[in-house]
Design a protein around this ligand. Structure first.
Ligand code: 0RA
Length: 647
């Protein structure tokens, strides 16, 4: 008896040490587990928990996930799934619940099949969030009882306790407070969470995802549930566009092996009357920005199905030959979502799906489904083929126009735009170019800059609606031509980032409505026509200060209203400081512009992410598209933003 007990506790000791080592590893190198400790990493904590609940939903046991941001920056994620198992866990001698919350890689160990964690962490999510939280409480409803356990920085501070009864309700709820020792700043952004939650609701048809921000009075609430799943997603993307057919076309298939479902694919697609190709691909709810096997399968099948149909239906004229994939994808919005057991993420940013066997599954599904759809809906089929033929002719015309501009610049190799004040440094990795709104700010920037590595290109007037314009017309916009020649890397399919002359492209616009308009235009242009700039993180947004606070000889620049309040508090009311609000860059003299916005030692800049560019693109369509109603709605809904910016 004596011996046995000794053995048990020795065993317990060993597993306890393992746990502490595991948690310590996460706390020492949080970046390895959640990417970073900035705002992005902070929000990642919420996504990790939501992903666990979504996994439970994907396994078919959960249809509601709720997220609450409480006062004091604590967050609760709860679901109505089966509840994390509780009770004695043989191997460790602890409660299974404690194991799930403290042992890395515990997630999958309970088996249960289905698709493993949708996030990138493969089951380490719960314990990572736990390790990185000052306080965490988990509550499980299961078998008629409510169980609770509390932790601090991953270490249990209570046992698993029964704290109530719940009838036949089941579910899991986790409340955590991120550790201020770990994160740069603990401040959740409801807007940031909202877009990911909505995306997850689109990707998991029928799952209701609700979110509440209790820090605001009245509380902000969102409720996302889409019975149409990715069909609704496609409709959402096309909301402000004229569509060629009312309902998105939808296909799905499952792969079964030995009676077990091992993969599913879903595709929704809809043409609009624009010229862009918008294909969003996902694997296990993760946006595969770099594409991969599912995208390849889709493109191949789409090209074959449309060409075969056009031949079958006699829609080609002799001279047409066949349609290229690019022509067929013009004006197409599609969402491809695959779920598979062991996703392989490859590529530079680990967002390219590697699983080759998913390619034929997608391509067979699309070929078969689309061929049937086109045969059964001849008017739509004809419309699609007509549009593709038009794209093909326009592409030919654009190619000719582009040849022309290329020849012009090739003949005259110093043909940098006269407006450009270039820098002297030749090593592109050290060079920056400021795209400055207006000639007067351009003048200040030119005088204030460091001419060795900072170039200035003033942009005047409207940049042109890149959404509607084809390449041939776009090239008639001076601003666009100047940017293309100044950057030196070409455009569209011929864009060659190795030729780029500046590794920082910095948008410097005023903090008002026009400024944000121009910024949206620029980002949309880069996203549409110089995509690698965005992917490689070469695009930045300058952050000029909003105010200058001055007292006697001392002065401070502040970049937001919150910062202004803080500064005024800090320096006190006596003697009364002088506050200047900058309405535009033009109000700053060259020295001020340098000090506050351009000097690499002092300035604040935002790096543009693909998500920012996608959002800019969406806003752009809204502001520039043909539809008037959504534009009015946007301006109404953002009246506060507009007035805030335009005092
Ligand atoms: C493994 C097994 C079972 C449930 C879960 C994991 C589970 C984990 C989380 C995390 C957040 N919400 C969750 N919901 C469920 C249950 C196995 C069974 O009951 O047979």
């Amino acid at each position: 008896m004596e011996d046995l007990q000794h053995e048990v506790s020795a065993d317990y000791g060993a597993s306890q040490i393992q746990v502490l080592e595991g948690l310590e590893a996460v706390r020492r190198r949080p970046g390895m587990y959640i990417g970073s400790t900035d705002s992005r990493g902070l929000h990642h904590l919420v996504y990790e928990l939501v992903d666990n609940s979504i996994d439970e939903a994907m396994a078919g046991f959960c249809d509601h996930v709720n997220i609450v941001i409480h006062e004091g920056e604590t967050v609760t994620v709860s679901d109505n799934g089966r509840g994390i198992p509780v009770g004695y866990h043989e191997k460790t001698g602890k409660d299974a619940l404690e194991v799930a919350l403290t042992i890395l890689h515990a997630g999958g160990k309970f088996g249960g099949g289905g698709y493993k964690v949708s996030g990138g962490l493969h089951g380490v999510g719960l314990s990572c969030v736990n390790a990185l939280s000052e306080d965490l409480t988990v509550e499980v409803r299961r078998g008629g009882k409510v169980y609770r356990q509390k932790y601090q920085r991953g270490i249990p501070v209570t046992k698993v306790e029964v704290v109530g009864e719940c009838g036949d309700e089941t579910g899991t709820s986790v409340t955590f407070k991120p550790d201020a020792e770990i994160f740069d700043e603990v401040r959740f952004e409801f807007d940031k969470l909202k877009s990911r939650l909505r995306e997850l609701a689109f990707l998991n048809a029928g799952v209701r995802i609700t979110a509440i921000d209790e820090r605001e009075q009245p509380h902000l609430e969102r409720d996302y549930c889409f019975e149409g799943g990715i069909r609704s997603f496609v409709s959402h993307y096309n909301k402000n566009k004229e569509v060629l057919h009312q309902e998105p076309i939808y296909f799905s298939a499952k792969r079964m092996e030995n009676g077990e479902e091992t993969a599913t694919v879903e595709i929704a697609m809809q043409y609009n009357d624009g010229y862009n190709e918008d294909i969003y691909t996902y694997a296990n709810n993760i946006n595969t920005h770099e594409g991969g096997a599912h995208l390849d399968g889709f493109k191949q099948a789409l090209t074959r199905a449309v060409n075969d149909y056009a031949k079958r239906a006699n829609l080609f004229k002799e001279k047409d030959g066949s349609l290229s994939g690019e022509d067929i994808r013009e004006g197409l919005t599609a969402v491809i979502s695959v779920k598979l057991q062991e996703p392989q993420f490859e590529g530079q940013t680990k967002t390219k799906l590697g699983n080759a066997d998913i390619r034929p599954l997608v391509s067979n599904t699309v070929y078969k489904g689309l061929s049937e759809f086109l045969d059964e809906n001849p008017p739509i089929g004809r419309m699609i083929v007509d549009k593709c033929l038009m794209a093909s002719r326009a592409r030919e015309a654009a190619r000719k126009a582009r040849d022309l501009t290329r020849r012009k610049t090739a003949l005259d190799s110093t043909a940098l735009p006269g407006k450009l004040s270039d820098c002297t440094e030749k090593d592109a990795s050290l060079c920056e170019i400021f795209l400055v709104e207006g000639d007067s700010a351009g003048g200040s920037a030119k005088m204030g800059r460091n001419p060795k590595y900072q170039a200035i290109l003033p942009l005047r007037g409207k940049i042109l609606n890149v959404e509607k314009a084809r390449l041939d017309r776009m090239l008639s916009s001076d601003a666009i031509k100047y940017m293309i020649t100044a950057f030196g890397a070409g455009i569209d399919t011929e864009f060659d980032i190795s030729k780029l002359r500046y590794h920082k492209i910095i948008c410097m616009t005023d903090a008002d409505v026009d400024g944000s308009h121009i910024r949206i235009l620029l980002l949309t242009f880069f996203y549409r026509h110089m995509r690698p700039l965005v992917d490689e993180g070469y695009v930045y947004i300058a952050q000029p200060p909003l105010y200058r606070v001055k007292r006697g000889k001392q002065q401070w620049y502040v970049y937001s209203d919150e910062e202004l309040d803080a500064k005024l508090n800090e320096i006190g009311p006596d003697p009364k400081p002088e506050i200047q609000r900058y309405k535009g860059l033009g109000e700053m003299n060259p020295e001020q512009l340098w000090e506050t916005t351009m000097d690499p030692e002092q300035r604040l800049m935002l790096k543009v992410t693909v998500e920012d560019a996608v959002e800019a693109d969406r806003l752009f369509t809204l502001l520039m598209g043909d539809k008037v109603e959504p534009r009015r709605e946007f301006i109404e809904q953002n009246a506060k933003l507009v007035t805030d910016l335009d005092i």
